[in-house]
Every structure is written in structure tokens, then in C-alpha cells.
Design a protein around this ligand. Structure first.
Ligand SMILES: [Zn+2]
Length: 429
């Protein structure tokens, strides 16, 4: 393919610039050069986009790539291939690797590996505390210089209030974002699914919704105290959505994301003890799901992120309570999110905004837009094509999806990173 590509006759949607119009997109030397009516330069490669949406490549700010240390679950190479197949051109990867990304040398390793073996853009998230042990803060300034774009102890909460206060204070000096896995361990300990009617029926120990909302309530107080930028990972309960709504209405620098499984499913998916319906936070009640949907509709929840968490079969083919937490999500993010549009929860433009420019700006990235001069990270998808999710056909190393067998609509046709096609649906096996 030449350095010049014209994407012809698609529906161009760029939430960052309020664009929703049919037209062409001109890409040269990896950069977006023009939108609208484009004269085709001699020698240009043409991608026909009739009937397709042409949008910025998705930005997923919550991904576990598992490398270094857990390459039997996933690698940077495999995880970024799955991203490309899902139309995701930028991922931010969580630091709970082995060793933990709590040091500039680990950050540098991840970036080098991503540059040499990755298919999409990879931006590391550094740990808030050394070894994720919740005791000593990491050197955030040095880690930002090494390429970290935010900080989180994800997988675990920053449980100690005094430590969270210091983390928010310290990060404020750099304008860095702190991402909290909001869970009070004294309330969640021992639980392996949402505490409610279903957990009672199944006889499984539950963890209450309050484990999450108590922590978000507390953290909002600490944001008030410090002015630090705070983001709730994978929000899942009504009380936490309310806390974020209150904080935002008072102008505090608080944001949150939701994972597709939390707005598409409830704890009923655990009936049958399917360990691919086990994650942290767990699938919640219908009331919580409705609160999350309302949070999306009202613009309280502004980001959709997958919490893509690959696990090998040995970690999942065990008794429910002993199974590892987490599901893969990169390849189902777009079609499952498009259900929000068909169900009237949000417009297509707002839905794409939550997966492009909003997470990019939270992380300080110049991505997630079709602006002239921006890197040509683009996804072309058919919004109507119907298909059935088949775990066996996913691209990553692990196949632990909670959407196996679900009929979805919306299929990625091409994914482009810096002008290069990294996924072509016609080549699928
Ligand atoms: Zn988490």
C-alpha cells in the first residue's frame, strides 16, 4: 500500500470536532490530511467505505496486556492484535504485571516491546504504590518521563485513606490522573460475586455494592481536600454513580468509566456458575445496571473501557470462587457498546466519544480524533452487520469472554494505525 490512502464514501464521525457527515478521508504519510470531498491523488490506495462508519480508532484506557510475567495469559503482541481486530488503536495497559510497572525501567521495557512487537499504540499506566503493596508511593515524576500516562494499583484498591490523600497530592504536582479500583477490602473480603438474591440462591459468598460506593464516597472527599485528578475504574453500582454525579456537579476533577459487561449483563449471568462471568467488580443487580445506563445517558459516566483481562484456562476451569477474576473485551467492545445506541441510551456520536476523544484527553493523548494533522488512527465498521461472538475465533491468547454465543451487530472492517492497515476483516479465517 502506498503512503497515500483515500477512504471513500463513508459516514465520517469525529466526536472531537462535532463531525457526522458523509464524505472521504485522505491519509498521507500516516497523518490525516483532509476530510469531506477529496480529489484522489494519482497512485493512492482506495478503501471503499459505502455503508460503513469511518471513525477515530477506539481508545481503551483499561487493558491488561499481562507482559512482562504472565505471557501464558497474554503478550503485548497478542493483546494488541486483539485490539486491532476490535477497532481499538490505542490501549493504556495496567501495571499489575510481574514485575509490577512501578519503576521507569519497566515502563521503558513495555514501551520498547510495544514498539517492536505491538500492532497498536500502547501507553503504560504506572503503579501508585511500589509492588502494588499499598505502602510506599512510586516515583511518579520519573515514571511520567519514562512514558506512563496515569497511575493505578488496579486489581487492588488504594485502600489506605492517608496514602490515597498523598497520591492525589503528589500527582497533582504533575497533573497526572489517579485511577482507583474502588473497593473497600474490609467489605469485599471473601466475596466472589455480587451480594444479592442470586448469590443467596447459588450459595456463593457475596460482596456488597457498598464495598464500591463507600470507597468512591471517601475518595471524593480526598479529591476535595487535594484537588488531584481522580478517575473511577469499571464503575458498577448505583451508589458510586451517584457519588461521581455529585462530585462532577460541584466541579471536582472526577470522572469514571464503565466496562461493557457491566452495562450489558447482570449477576444472572452467574447462574450456572460460569467462571467467564467472574470479574472484579462482579456483575451486579438489575438496579445497578439501570443506574449505570442512566449514568451513561446523563453524561456522568463519560468513558467506556473494557478492563480486558485475559486468563489461561487453568485459572478459569476451577470452582467458581477459586477462579481468577476477569474477562477479555477488546473484540466485543464496539458491537456491545452499539447496543446502547440501538436501545436509545446514547447517540452514536456520544457512544463513540466515550471510546475515543474523552479517554484520550483524560490521559493527555493526542489521539481519538480525525482532526487534520492527527495520526491516522481510524476504524471502519459496518454498524448493522450481525454476527455471533465465538470465543474460539478471538485473536488474543486467552478466550475468556462473557459474551460467547451472543448475537451482536456492528463489525469492524478495517483498522488503521498511523495510516497502516493493521486489521482487515476480509482476511479472516
Ligand atoms: Zn480493577
Amino acid at each position: 500500500m502506498s503512503g497515500v490512502v483515500v477512504i471513500r464514501g463513508g459516514r465520517l464521525i469525529d466526536p472531537a470536532n462535532g463531525v457526522d457527515a458523509s464524505g472521504d478521508l485522505l491519509v498521507a504519510d500516516g497523518v490525516i490530511r483532509a476530510l469531506g470531498r477529496v480529489d484522489i491523488p494519482a497512485g493512492a490506495t482506495i478503501l471503499h467505505a459505502d455503508g460503513l462508519v469511518v471513525a477515530p480508532g477506539l481508545v481503551d484506557m483499561h487493558v491488561h496486556l499481562r507482559e512482562p510475567g504472565f505471557e501464558y495469559k497474554e503478550t503485548i503482541a497478542g493483546g494488541t492484535l486483539a485490539a486491532a481486530a476490535g477497532g481499538v488503536t490505542t490501549v493504556a495497559c495496567m501495571p499489575n504485571t510481574r514485575p509490577v510497572n512501578d519503576d521507569p525501567s519497566i515502563t521503558a521495557f513495555i514501551r520498547q516491546k510495544a514498539a517492536s512487537e505491538g500492532t497498536v499504540n500502547v501507553f503504560p499506566i504506572g503503579a501508585v504504590t511500589k509492588g502494588l503493596e499499598g505502602r510506599e508511593l512510586t516515583e511518579m515524576g520519573l515514571m511520567l518521563k519514562a512514558g506512563c500516562v496515569a497511575f493505578s494499583d488496579d486489581g487492588r484498591p488504594v485502600a489506605d485513606a492517608g496514602l490515597m490523600r498523598r497520591a492525589l497530592d503528589y500527582s497533582r504536582a504533575f497533573g497526572a490522573l489517579i485511577i482507583q479500583h474502588a473497593e473497600d477490602p474490609s467489605l469485599s473480603a471473601g466475596g466472589c460475586m455480587h451480594e444479592g438474591v442470586i448469590s443467596s440462591r447459588l450459595g456463593l459468598p457475596g460482596l456488597p455494592a457498598a464495598a464500591e460506593s463507600v470507597m468512591v464516597d471517601r475518595d471524593v472527599r480526598l479529591v476535595e481536600l487535594t484537588g488531584g485528578r481522580y478517575h473511577v475504574a469499571h464503575i458498577s453500582v448505583a451508589g458510586a454513580v451517584e457519588a461521581v454525579a455529585r462530585a462532577r456537579s460541584r466541579g471536582l476533577p472526577v470522572s469514571c468509566e464503565v466496562a461493557p459487561h457491566h452495562f450489558a449483563l447482570t449477576d444472572e449471568a452467574v447462574l450456572g456458575y460460569d467462571t467467564d462471568a467472574k470479574m472484579s467488580p462482579p456483575l451486579r443487580s438489575t438496579e445497578d445496571r439501570n443506574a449505570v445506563l442512566e449514568g451513561l445517558a446523563r453524561g456522568i459516566i463519560t468513558v467506556i473501557a473494557t478492563d480486558h483481562a485475559p486468563h489461561d484456562q487453568d485459572s478459569k476451569r476451577v470452582e467458581f470462587c477459586h477462579a481468577s477474576n476477569g474477562v477479555v473485551g477488546l473484540e466485543t467492545m464496539l458491537p456491545v457498546s452499539l447496543e446502547l445506541v440501538r436501545d436509545g441510551v446514547m447517540t452514536l456520536v456520544d457512544c463513540l466519544r466515550a471510546m475515543t476523544v474523552t479517554p484520550a484527553r483524560l490521559l493527555g493523548l493526542d489521539r481519538g480524533t480525525l482532526s487534520i494533522g492527527a495520526p491516522a488512527d481510524v476504524v471502519l465498521f459496518d454498524p448493522d452487520e450481525s454476527w455471533v461472538v465465538d470465543a474460539a475465533r478471538l485473536h488474543g491468547t486467552s478466550r475468556n469472554t462473557c459474551f460467547h454465543g451472543r448475537r451482536v451487530r456492528g463489525r469492524v472492517k478495517w483498522t488503521m494505525v498511523s495510516g497502516k492497515v493493521v486489521h482487515d476483516d476480509r482476511l479472516r479465517a
